[in-house]
Ligand binder design. Structure first.
Ligand SMILES: NC(=O)c1ccc[n+]([C@@H]2O[C@H](COP(=O)([O-])OP(=O)(O)OC[C@H]3O[C@@H](n4cnc5c(N)ncnc54)[C@H](OP(=O)(O)O)[C@@H]3O)[C@@H](O)[C@H]2O)c1
Length: 288
C-alpha cells in the first residue's frame, strides 16, 4: 500500500474496529476510525458527506447491529443498520473508487450438518441478525465493485463485552456454570483477524472469505479452556441448547472452511487455543 492510501474503519468503538485501527497504526498505514458519534451509518446524507470529506481509498466496515437476541424484537433497526447502513457505505465506496471490506458471520448459514460450510454453500440464516448480515453482504457486492466479504465467528477482543469476559465474571461468582455443548464453531480473537484484514486491504483479491482462528470447539469446551488458562476452579457443566433458551435461535454447526484463504495466498489465523492464551495475557496486562 503506498503513502497515498487512507483506510476508513467503521465501528472503531467496537471489538474488531478497535483492533483493526491498532493494527493499521502498527503497520504505519494512514487510517481514521469512526463510530456512531461521527456519523450514523443509516443516514445516507451524513455517510455521503462525511466519507467524501475523508477521501478514503479503502473502507473496513466493522460497524453493525450485533445484539443477536435483541434483534428478534428489533428487526427494523437491525436491518436499517446492517443492510441500509452497508448499502450507504458501499455506495460511497464505489463513488470514491475505494475498496470495501464487509465483515459478515457464520450466521448466514443454516447451521445444519457437521461439515464445514464453504464460502458458496447455500445461505439459510436461522435468525433476524443472520438474515440482516446476509442482506448486508448482498448490498456490499451490489453497490461496490471492489468488495471483500469476510465471514467470521465467535468474536472476542479487548474492547467490549464478549463470551470470555462473561465467563471470567461468572467464575468469580460461581463454583459451577452451565454452558451449551452442542453448538460447534471457532472462537476468533480480533487481534488475529485484524492482522488478516490489514493484509487483505493491501491487495485487490476481491471475493468472499472465511476467517476464524483455526480448530473447532463447543462453547462448553471454549469455557473450560478459559477457566484452565485463567487459573479458575469453576466447573463447566456441559448442557444442551434445548436447556438454555435464548430469543434468537443459534446454529448448531458454525464450522467454516478456510480454503478460499489458502487459494488466495492469505495466511490462516493461529489455533483458537493459542489465540485465547494470548488474549488472557492481554487482559491481565491491561488491568495491571
Ligand atoms: N461479535 C461476534 O461474535 C461476531 C461474530 C461474527 C461476525 N461479527 C461481525 O463482526 C463485525 C464486528 O463485530 P464486533 O463484535 O466488533 O461489533 P461491536 O463490538 O458490537 O461493534 C460494533 C460497533 O458499530 C457501532 N454501530 C452500531 N450502529 C451504528 C450506526 N448506526 N452507525 C455507526 N456505528 C454504529 C456500534 O456502536 P454502539 O455500540 O453505540 O451501538 C459499535 O461501536 C460486525 O460486522 C459483526 O456483525 C461479529
Amino acid at each position: 500500500m503506498n503513502e497515498y492510501q487512507k483506510v476508513l474503519v467503521t465501528g472503531v468503538k467496537g471489538q474488531l474496529g478497535y483492533d483493526v485501527v491498532k493494527r493499521l497504526n502498527e503497520l504505519g498505514i494512514n487510517c481514521v476510525g469512526v463510530d456512531v458519534e461521527d456519523f450514523d451509518l443509516t443516514d445516507y446524507e451524513q455517510v455521503s458527506s462525511k466519507v467524501r470529506l475523508l477521501q478514503p481509498t479503502a473502507i473496513i466496515h466493522c460497524a453493525a447491529y450485533t445484539a443477536v437476541d435483541a434483534a428478534e424484537s428489533n428487526e427494523q433497526l437491525c436491518n436499517l443498520v446492517n443492510v441500509k447502513g452497508t448499502e450507504n457505505i458501499a455506495q460511497v465506496a464505489e463513488y470514491l473508487k475505494a475498496k470495501l471490506i464487509y465483515i459478515s458471520t457464520d450466521y448466514v448459514f443454516s447451521g445444519e450438518g457437521e461439515s464445514a460450510f464453504e464460502t458458496d454453500s447455500p445461505k439459510a440464516p436461522c435468525n433476524v441478525y443472520g438474515r440482516s448480515k446476509y442482506l448486508g453482504e448482498q448490498a456490499a457486492q451490489k453497490y461496490c465493485s471492489r468488495t471483500f466479504i469476510v465471514r467470521t465467528s465467535w468474536v472476542y477482543g479487548l474492547n467490549g463485552g464478549n463470551f470470555v469476559k462473561t465467563m471470567l465474571r461468572l467464575a468469580a461468582e460461581h463454583s459451577s456454570i452451565n454452558v451449551v455443548n452442542d453448538q460447534i464453531g471457532s472462537p476468533t480473537y480480533t487481534r488475529d483477524l485484524a492482522v488478516l484484514l490489514c493484509d487483505m486491504v493491501q491487495t485487490e483479491k476481491y471475493g468472499v472469505y472465511h476467517a476464524t482462528n483455526e480448530g473447532y470447539c463447543s462453547w462448553a469446551q471454549f469455557a473450560a479452556e478459559i477457566m484452565s488458562l485463567a487459573g479458575k476452579k469453576t466447573y463447566v457443566n456441559p448442557i444442551l441448547s434445548s436447556e438454555y433458551k435464548t430469543a434468537a435461535r443459534r446454529p448448531p454447526n458454525s464450522r467454516l472452511s478456510k480454503i478460499s484463504l489458502d487459494f488466495a495466498g492469505f495466511k490462516r489465523l493461529p489455533h483458537w487455543k493459542d489465540a485465547l492464551k494470548r488474549y488472557i495475557e492481554e487482559l491481565n496486562s491491561s488491568v495491571r
